[in-house]
Design a protein around this ligand. Structure first.
Ligand code: SF4
Ligand code: SF4
Length: 134
C-alpha cells in the first residue's frame, strides 16, 4: 500500500483509540490509606510498634494515663499493611481501596485523634463483630 493511500485510509477511519479514564480503577485488594475505627481502638500501640517507618504514633498523655494520642501521616506511609495485621485482635485498622490523595504540603494528610483508653474486654465484643463482617 502506498503511503498516500495509507494516510487517507487512516484519516477516513475516525478515532480508533480509547479514552483513558480520569482515575485508573483499583482492585478490591488495593492497599490505600490506613483508616482507624476509633470505637474499636484500645490504644495498645501494637500498630505503632509494627510500623517500620514510624508513621503511626500512639502516645500516652503525660498527665492522664487514660488518654492517648493516635496519629498517622499517609504522606509517609508505604502502605505495607503491617499495622493492620498487627491489629488483628481488635480490627480497628483497615486500608482504603482507593488511591491516596495528592498532597502539596508536608503534614497535610496527617490525622490525629485524642482518645480515652479502653479496656480490651470492652472493645473486644465490638471488634469480634467487626471481624465477622469482613
Ligand atoms: S489501632 Fe489497633 S493496634 Fe493500634 S493502638 Fe488501636 S487497637 Fe492497638
Ligand atoms: S501501612 Fe505500613 S507504613 Fe503505613 S502506617 Fe501501616 S505499617 Fe506503617
Amino acid at each position: 500500500m502506498n503511503t498516500l493511500l495509507f494516510v487517507l485510509k487512516s484519516l477516513m477511519g475516525g478515532v480508533v483509540t480509547l479514552r483513558l479514564p480520569k482515575t485508573v480503577p483499583t482492585q478490591p485488594t488495593f492497599r490505600g490509606q490506613v483508616q482507624l475505627d476509633k470505637d474499636l481502638c484500645i490504644g495498645c500501640g501494637r500498630c505503632a510498634a509494627a510500623c517500620a517507618t514510624k508513621v503511626i504514633e500512639v502516645k500516652r498523655d503525660r498527665e492522664n494515663k487514660d488518654i492517648y494520642r493516635w496519629s498517622y501521616d499517609a504522606a509517609q506511609c508505604t502502605f505495607c499493611g503491617r499495622c493492620k495485621d498487627a491489629c488483628n485482635k481488635f480490627h480497628a485498622l483497615s486500608m482504603q481501596t482507593h488511591r491516596p490523595p495528592v498532597y502539596t504540603a508536608i503534614g497535610s494528610l496527617k490525622q490525629e485523634y485524642v482518645m480515652i483508653r479502653k479496656r480490651p474486654e470492652t472493645a473486644a465484643p465490638k471488634a469480634a463483630a467487626a471481624g465477622s463482617e469482613s
